[in-house]
Design a protein around this ligand. Structure first.
Ligand code: AMP
Length: 218
């Protein structure tokens, strides 16, 4: 099964993608995670991407498309994948369609996790993530048991540079201008399923699973 998780920064794509990846035993492919790994290890790609990421802007399409095209052809994605944070523009979606077509594959469902702007800002400004395993926390709503330390792996948790107040607004604006039109793009193909992204994490996972299985049987 090939899934896309669509939604604004802070909507919960990473959190839901992780649960779905475990449930369906297919990899979660997060372009943000791949880019951050490149920034950390100071690859050429990472150095170029960082300039855009720090401003809350999108990294140029050709960089991310190339990354995803390579990744979905890896062995572990043979039985399916969950795209988290890609596509983010119509051009990326079209490039993905062309790649999947050449592989004789298709997208089965696009899950749009919908959360209002006020809640997104609240989530992003308090978000902290684990440097090592990527687990996500919130300083007020979901703090780690030990301050500054990941519950899952004990590594350091930190605030992403782009979760700082001044960058959040830019990212939400980019989302509204560039990414939101994808809801219409996938609706017109009959693939889009909107999910209310507010409420308990497990309940949202259940709604997503319901929507996926509905799509699958239809
Ligand atoms: P994320 O972790 O998904 O919020 O992504 C963090 C940052 O990585 C974004 O603000 C962009 O700068 C960059 N990025 C991630 N995915 C994409 C994409 N599909 N297209 C362009 N830039 C991306």
């Amino acid at each position: 099964m090939n899934l896309i998780l669509l939604g604004a920064p802070g909507a919960g794509k990473g959190t839901q993608g992780k649960s779905l990846s475990e449930k369906y035993r297919i990899p979660q492919i997060s372009t943000g995670d791949i880019l951050r790994a490149n920034v950390r290890s100071k690859t050429q790609l990472g150095q170029k991407a960082k300039e855009y990421m720090d401003k809350g802007a999108l990294v140029p399409n050709e960089i991310v498309v190339h990354m995803v095209v390579g990744r979905i052809q890896e062995e572990d994605a043979r039985n399916g994948f969950i795209l988290d944070g890609f596509p983010r523009t119509i051009a990326q979606a079209e490039a993905l369609d062309a790649t999947l077509k050449s592989m004789n594959k298709k997208i089965d469902a696009v899950i749009g996790i919908e959360v209002d702007r006020k809640e997104l800002t609240r989530r992003l400004s308090g978000r902290r993530v684990c440097r090592k395993c990527g687990a996500s926390y919130h300083v007020i709503f979901n703090p780690p048991v030990n301050i500054g330390m990941c519950n899952a792996c004990g590594s350091e948790i930190y605030q992403r540079d782009d979760d700082k107040e001044e960058t959040i607004e830019a990212r939400l604006k980019v989302y509204e201008d560039e990414t939101l039109p994808l809801a219409e793009y996938y609706s017109s193909k009959g693939l889009y399923r909107a999910i209310d992204g507010k409420g308990p994490v497990d309940q949202i996972t259940e709604s997503i699973v319901g929507a996926i299985e509905g799509s699958h049987n239809s």
